[in-house]
Ligand binder design. Sequence first.
Ligand code: 5GP
Length: 179
Amino acid sequence: MEAVVTGKRMEVLLDEPTIQQRVQALGQEITADYQDKELVLITVLKGSVVFAADLVRSIELPLTMEFMGLSSYGDDTKSTGVVRVTLDLSKPIEGKHVLIVEDIVDTGLTMQYLLRNMATRNPASVGVCTLLHKPARQKVDVPLDYVGFTIDDHFVVGYGLDYQQRYRNLRMIGHMVDG
Ligand code: 5GP
């Protein structure tokens, strides 16, 4: 499938069945790893919402969901690592097993900030589940416990990920190419 988007073409990188199959598998892994633990899933707004909605339904454990709003002071396509909290957790996570759900780890700066922020709240453990990882652009080393897909250096949209706040509702993940 190809679509014309504001003067650019969009090429499909991951289609819907591929994404759904992988998300199911991640949910099964998490279910096996967190048996008998009190799990709190922390979803990073806004890009991770679609992924988290599918992921929670494939985790067969009692869990709670929290949301964290972060805004990075970058331009549309690059993160600077300077992060502002726009929405904080509604409950303390002290003593809880926390799993951060992120859409994409690019430079890793946002995740580094988030991990440091979580550590100050004394959780029992902090894990990271990211749908996408772009190792080519990574600037800082962050532990990634669950990775959906490792991708090349493309700016991707769809399945929660936006370009200027649009395309989050696409069922697939694509990238824009000049055309
Ligand atoms: P990092 O701090 O790891 O560089 O970037 C993390 C954030 O940058 C992601 O949560 C996402 O909001 C944004 N980002 C990084 N790469 C992409 C991309 O390819 N597409 C979109 N839509 N956002 C991206």
